[in-house]
Design a protein around this ligand. Structure first.
Ligand SMILES: *Cc1c(COP(=O)(O)O)cnc(C)c1O
Length: 362
């Protein structure tokens, strides 16, 4: 069996060590005689799994006591609705559009209130992060919303917007646990786990306690009320137990790697290898402004559709898979999350060099 280097944007690569451990525990988890998939979410064993997962995440991210950690379903998409339903008290919020996910979140919020666009990089196909140091944010906006790492376009907010005292809500799906963050700068951080943490199935939200209340929009579904999940330790209904179990294993793996400082260093090193080559190449080029480059998702193009298709196909034959760019952007994209080893990026760059030598730019 040969494992490939999987550059998928999500569901994405998982640490091999975690997969091996899960495989070893598949038929009999810790002497229980059953797999984690088969046991009650209300039993002692699973209770320990979910509590340890939360404790490890809190330790990794240094989450203060006045923030709740919620494991919920419906992906990041359902939070596009949950955010306005739980937070819009004045019926107004400010959105910064830096890509498709922020656009979708804004469009969803606009169904429930006034979702004012205060900045956008749509003018240059989301290839940069707009200057957010002095935005015209409505006084009565209930929050300011960003998508912190733009999975499709490959940009990242390296500096958070000046919210002028408003609550900051951030979708961190594709940069979750890629580097240390200062949780206290946010009201809400949330992300689907299938990008940089675990298998698809849950979204983790880290929410300041005072923002979790019964004062939500009228007729908000019970399952969309953050308080429902906070009051029930994320066990209001049956959660995707196996996903939570694997996420817990990834948290332990991250701790063993040295935590988020160590991950940041590794991720920067991987990204630098790829970006340095892109900057020197005459065939390939990156598509976004250098100062705003993501270290998780790296889109690049050749500018010739046939050659790009050939590149993706030949890369796959070398065990470098899922390099095709998002359908809305074209070209290629390498997602190099925590679980992608340095050797994977080195193998990609080596292949790109050979491909360039075989197809010199005109
Ligand atoms: C993938 C992604 C989403 C959508 O996630 P789902 O879990 O499919 O709803 C939203 N935001 C960002 C930043 C993403 O990368």
């Amino acid at each position: 069996m040969a494992r490939v280097y999987n550059f998928s944007a999500g569901p994405a690569m998982l640490p091999e060590e975690v997969l091996r451990e899960a495989a070893a525990e598949m038929l009999d988890y810790h002497g229980s005689g059953m797999s984690v998939m088969e046991m009650s979410h209300r039993g002692k064993i699973f209770d320990r799994i979910i509590k340890e997962a939360e404790a490890d995440l809190r330790e990794l991210m240094n989450i203060p006591d006045n923030y709740k950690v919620l494991f919920m379903q419906g992906g990041a998409h359902l939070q596009f609705s949950a955010v306005p339903m739980n937070l819009m008290k004045n019926g107004k919020a400010a959105y910064i559009l830096t890509g498709q996910w922020a656009k979708k979140a804004q469009a969803e919020a606009a169904r429930y209130g006034d979702a004012v666009v205060v900045a956008s990089s749509a003018d240059k196909t989301f290839s940069y992060i707009p200057d957010c140091s002095d935005l015209d944010i409505p006084e009565d906006a209930d929050y300011v919303y960003i998508c912190e790492n733009n999975t499709i376009y490959g940009t990242k907010f390296w500096e958070l917007p000046n919210t002028k005292g408003h609550i900051l809500v951030s979708d961190i799906s594709s940069c979750f646990l890629s580097e240390p963050v200062d949780v206290t700068k946010y009201g809400v951080l949330y992300g689907g786990v299938q990008k940089n943490i675990g298998p698809a199935g849950i979204v983790i939200a880290i929410i300041r306690e005072d923002l979790i209340t019964d004062d939500v929009m009228e007729k908000t579904p019970t399952m969309l009320k953050w308080k429902t999940h906070a009051d029930n330790d994320s066990l209001y209904n049956t959660p995707p137990t196996y996903t939570i179990y694997i996420c817990g294993k990834v948290f332990k793996w991250l701790k063993k790697q040295g935590g988020l400082e160590a991950m940041k260093e590794r991720n920067e090193k991987k990204a630098k290898l790829l970006y340095d080559y892109l900057d020197s190449s005459k065939l390939f080029r990156g598509t976004v402004e250098k100062k705003d480059r993501s270290i998780m998702n790296v889109p690049f193009v050749i500018g010739d559709k046939d050659l790009e298709a050939q590149f993706v196909k030949e890369a796959e034959a070398e065990g470098l898979v899922s390099l095709k760019g998002h359908r809305s952007v074209g070209g290629m994209r390498a997602s190099i999350y925590n679980a992608m080893p340095y050797e994977g990026v080195a193998a990609l760059v080596d292949f790109m060099k050979r491909f360039e030598a075989a197809h010199p730019a005109q």
